[in-house]
Every structure is written in structure tokens, then in C-alpha cells.
Design a protein around this ligand. Structure first.
Ligand code: FES
Ligand code: FES
Length: 179
């Protein structure tokens, strides 16, 4: 029992790699992965909206797949590999093309949902490196994330422009411009 009379929470050691940095900490077994990232590791880019798996704001990449970090306990991530929105930018601080596209094409307003969208689209592009640019495909890719501000049009445009630019660069390189 704790001093408050409540049962003492069991604690476990977790060891995992986050944005390519090895992290180790003692956590209560009830601690959500989203809270662990935000409060223990101070990676507050991962946002928490609904806390029950609906809004997608807390999306991260866990062992290569997008997951809602509010639906996992930190202890379940032990031994895993995590990418959060903080890991998207380059070591020199240069924005990831997705982040730049959101900036250029007004993919955000208040920005609360943005980290979740970025991580969801990042995962979609890992699985579909050369998707078509239709509204339908892009809206399907972001259908698991909710935004209260944008009406989604800016987000769809940002993704479409990023894909178009990426495609152009890839085509250019394939045509002999490779460094
Ligand atoms: S905070 Fe996790 S899905 Fe909404
Ligand atoms: S930009 Fe405000 S919730 Fe999406």
C-alpha cells in the first residue's frame, strides 16, 4: 500500500529506442505509452486528444507500423523501436518533406492534430511509396485521423503536392541526374 492507502503500482524497467536514441526508465505498469513519451521522455510532439483510440492525434510508428500510443502501455513497447514526430526532421533541423508540405500548403491551423497526421501519412508512404494522387487515395490514407480545424482540404493538398514533388525528383534522378 502507498501512503495514500491506494495499492502500490507495480513498476517495471523498459528499454527501447526512440528516434534512434536508446532510452531506459522505470515506469508504472499502468502508464500509457503516450504519457511515457510526453511526461517521461518529454517528447511532447505526440499529442493526446481522445485517449481512447479515436482521434489519431497520438499516432507514432512502433516497430515500423503506425499505432495509437494511447492504446498501448509503455511496458508493451519494451525492446521496441519508436519514431515520433520529433524524429522526422533532419539532424540539422531541416523539415521533413511532409512537414514542409504542410507548412507550404496550409495543412494545419491550430496544429493539434498535425503530429498524428504526419505520422499516419509517413506510415502510408512507407507501405505505398508511389501512390496515385487522387483525392480518394489521400483521404483514405488519412481517414483514421480527425482534425477540428482544416476541413481536410489543406491536408489533402499538402500530401498531393509533396507526392508530386517527390515523384518529380525521383523521375529526374532516374533520368540521369543522380548525384
Ligand atoms: S489520443 Fe490516441 S487516438 Fe485520440
Ligand atoms: S489543425 Fe487544428 S485540429 Fe487539426
Amino acid at each position: 500500500m502507498s501512503e495514500s492507502g491506494l495499492p502500490q503500482q507495480e513498476r517495471r524497467q523498459v528499454r527501447l529506442r526512440v528516434n534512434n536514441v536508446l532510452q531506459e526508465a522505470q515506469v508504472e505498469t499502468r502508464c500509457l505509452l503516450s504519457d511515457f513519451l510526453r511526461h517521461t521522455l518529454h517528447l511532447t510532439g505526440t499529442h493526446v486528444g481522445c485517449e481512447h483510440g479515436v482521434c489519431g492525434a497520438c499516432t507514432i510508428i512502433f516497430n515500423g507500423a503506425p499505432v495509437r500510443s494511447c492504446l498501448m502501455f509503455a511496458v508493451q513497447a519494451n525492446g521496441g523501436e519508436i519514431l515520433t514526430v520529433e524524429g522526422l526532421a533532419g539532424a540539422d533541423g531541416a523539415l521533413h518533406p511532409l512537414q514542409q508540405a504542410f507548412h507550404n500548403y496550409h495543412g494545419l491551423q491550430c496544429g493539434f492534430c498535425t503530429p498524428g497526421f504526419l505520422m499516419a501519412i509517413y506510415a502510408f508512404l512507407q507501405d505505398n511509396p508511389d501512390p496515385d494522387l487522387s483525392d480518394e487515395t489521400i483521404r483514405e490514407a488519412i481517414s483514421g485521423n480527425l482534425c477540428r480545424c482544416t476541413g481536410y482540404q489543406g491536408i489533402v493538398e499538402a500530401v498531393r503536392h509533396m507526392l508530386r514533388e517527390t515523384h518529380t525528383v525521383t523521375q529526374g534522378r532516374a533520368g540521369g541526374e543522380r548525384e
